[in-house]
Structures are given as C-alpha cells and as structure tokens.
Design a protein around this ligand. Sequence first.
Ligand code: BEZ
Length: 226
Amino acid sequence: MASEAERPVPLRLGSIAPNFKADTTKGPIDFHEFIGDNWVILFSHPEDYTPVCTTELGEMARLEPEFKKRGVKLIGLSANTLSSHEGWIKDINDVTGSLVEFPIIADKERKVAYLYDMIDYQDTTNVDEKGIAFTIRSVFIIDPKKTIRTILSYPASTGRNSAEILRVVDSLQTGDKHKVTTPINWVPGDDVIVHPSIKTEDAQKIFPNVRVVKPYLRFTSLPNSA
Ligand code: BEZ
C-alpha cells in the first residue's frame, strides 16, 4: 500500500488536468496539446464489448455535433487495447447507428486511469477475468485553461445521462460568460441566478429583469442569444 507521502494528490474541481501521453484510436496524443484552446470531456468506460458501454459510446457519438457547437472535444478511455477499441467501434456504429469519430484512449496499463482516479477499489463486481479493477464510468469536464470543472462517477451498472453532461457544459459556459449560477434542473432558456458576488444594485444595471426573492436569491433572464 502506498505511504501517505507517495499517494497522488486527489484531483478536485479546480485542479489542472494532469498531462499524459497515450495511444488512441486516432493516433498518439499529448493530452494538453489535445485540449489546446477547447473544452474537453474525458470519459472512461469499464470495458469494451459490454452492453451499457455500447449504448453510452453510441449516444456520445450521436451527440458529438452538439458538443462541437459548444467548442467541446470528446475523448473516451478504457483499459483495453487499440485493436479491441477498433473492433468494438464497428459494433457500436452497427448497433446504435452512430459514427464514433472521437478518439478512445487505449489505457491497457491503466496509467491514465490511475492518474485520474478512474479505478474503483470498492466495486468488486467491476473487475476483469483476473480480478483487476476496471475503470469506472468517470466524466471529467475540462475547460480551455485545462482546469477540471466537473467530475462525475457512475457505477458500472448505471449508464450515464448524456443530456445531463450537455446541461452541465451549458451551465458552466453560461456561468463563465454572464457571471451567473444556475438553479436546480436548469436548462438553457430558463432564468438564472445572479452570482452572490454581484450587489443587487449592480445586477439591476447588468441584467434585464432582476427578481429579488431573498437578498441572496436573485433570479434574472438572459437575452435570447445568451
Ligand atoms: C456494461 O457496460 O454493461 C458493464 C460493464 C462492466 C460491468 C457491468 C456492466
């Protein structure tokens, strides 16, 4: 077991996404170069040729144009080989009618998986034939400054919600652009919340119609083009 000093610093919201080099289905990458000036969603799945993962990757491929519209690049990962990924992608395209065009990292040695803490030691059902832990269903939303803005983890038994991933991207990008936060179940077009750091008298000059519910809870709409 790693000593306290050897244990890697856990990744948190606000951490810089650690860089790595890896082989992917679109060729070798340096992750920071891959990010460039884009938003990136790095997401892992437990294992190629498994049912839930097939539906997830197909859906992410179907939604890729929506992510692209928002300046987001997708990149998948699992602890499988390139040839496994390449064969499985044909199945995904066949089964879901999508076209997987984003790269998938072949992390057979689990180097990136450990770097990003994508291995769940607790879930004893999520292991390969040798009992070695698979990657979990992780999602890292990374901004163009290479800062980790969102981390999601799902159990192997539960497919992710692609609409929620897209919604979080919309919330983060809207928040960055307008200095607002977004309430429960917010979707684009709904009213947003004025950031607590903005005084109400200033908010009334910046936003079209500020509705003060409590001094700390102020809603506003945004212009349609926002
Ligand atoms: C699946 O994708 O269906 C799956 C993968 C690993 C464990 C359980 C389910």
